[in-house]
Write a protein that binds this ligand. Sequence first.
Ligand code: NAD
Ligand code: TDX
Length: 333
Amino acid sequence: MKIFITGGAGFIGSNFVEYILGMHPSYKITVFDKMTYASNPDTIREFRKNKNFSFIKGDILDAAHVNRAVKGYDWVVNFAAETHVDRSILGPEAFIETNIKGTFNLLEASRKSGVKKFLQISTDEVYGSVAKGKSRETDTLDPTSPYSASKTSADLIALSYFKTFSLPVLITRSSNNFGPRQHPEKFIPLFITNTIEGKQLPIYGDGKNVRNWIYVGDNCSGLDTVLHKGIPGEIYNIGGDTEEPNIKVAKCILESFCAPDRLLKRVKDRLAHDRRYALDSSKLKKLGWKPENNFEQGMALTIKWYANNTNWWLELKGSAFKKYCKKNYGARP
Ligand code: NAD
Ligand code: TDX
């Protein structure tokens, strides 16, 4: 089995590469990644020690490169994306380009080269904010931010390739992931690393926005299940069992370090901040999947990882990241 994985140098993609290399030692994996600020070259250096791993530096917006690179692979898994909601509000263009046009380029290349499965990695944010109940795969799509709207567009284009060209497309929509190697711009790693640094934790608005958290390893096992047992043309939600308001997660992080509540700082709310996400994952559970880590176990593993890998995130919080953001988004992180 030969798998072409875009965005494999980022958070979920790199955890997935690690998972597949461990679970399926005969599979050959190629990561295709532009290496944006969200990626880490150390991760790729580590993977290169495995003989079944190879790496191509490339941009999914470069259609000619994507067409050449995809040839000969059985499966394509598309993690590559601009992923931070706040940045999509500051500078939406990169989101529209990478998340929509980039996905289109990959679908085209996959169709031409006869790929046997195309897994599009999507998100619970396509359903928009849900006041009560849980989102199911058949629910109306109602995205809020330029990020979630770009992901929704990519989902619909991917499904059109299944319906029109019979490309065997599968879509997963996962809830908020947390775990090792998540960029410190995102909520949980930002709050863990700021606590370690003794900095304030910026809580948006009233802190009562609810997210449905899943440990990244459980998302990876869900993706593996969908790739092996999923039905082409179908969408699968992958949600964790925990729903928590942000303020509670923040206090749990502070408690883990015996840090005082005064580090919490209420700041201006995100524009059009979705109040609550919640996923119904019963469709995937019917294929035999279930999350193995509860929130506390996942948090313990995550906190331990950030405490033991300070060089990894200090570098990302440093000057190269700031320069990249200024150039691409005209704004400081
Ligand atoms: P990430 O930001 O950590 O990593 C994204 C990766 O994509 C990086 O390695 C980056 O270099 C690469 N990339 C960006 N633009 C590219 C381009 N034009 N060409 C090639 N590579 C490019 O993201 P993540 O959090 O790991 O998310 C991965 C996927 O999962 C995304 O599609 C995201 O929408 C989806 N998702 C994430 C979450 C979450 O909680 N993090 C939840 C649901 C869905
Ligand atoms: O400094 C912060 N303070 C704060 O209160 C940050 C960065 C976030 N927040 C809040 C906003 C959200 O309610 O925490 C919550 C989580 O924020 P993010 O980590 O930015 O995640 P979210 O906006 O929920 O989106 C994430 O999950 C779905 C990923 O970034 C997306 O890529 C994924 O699709």
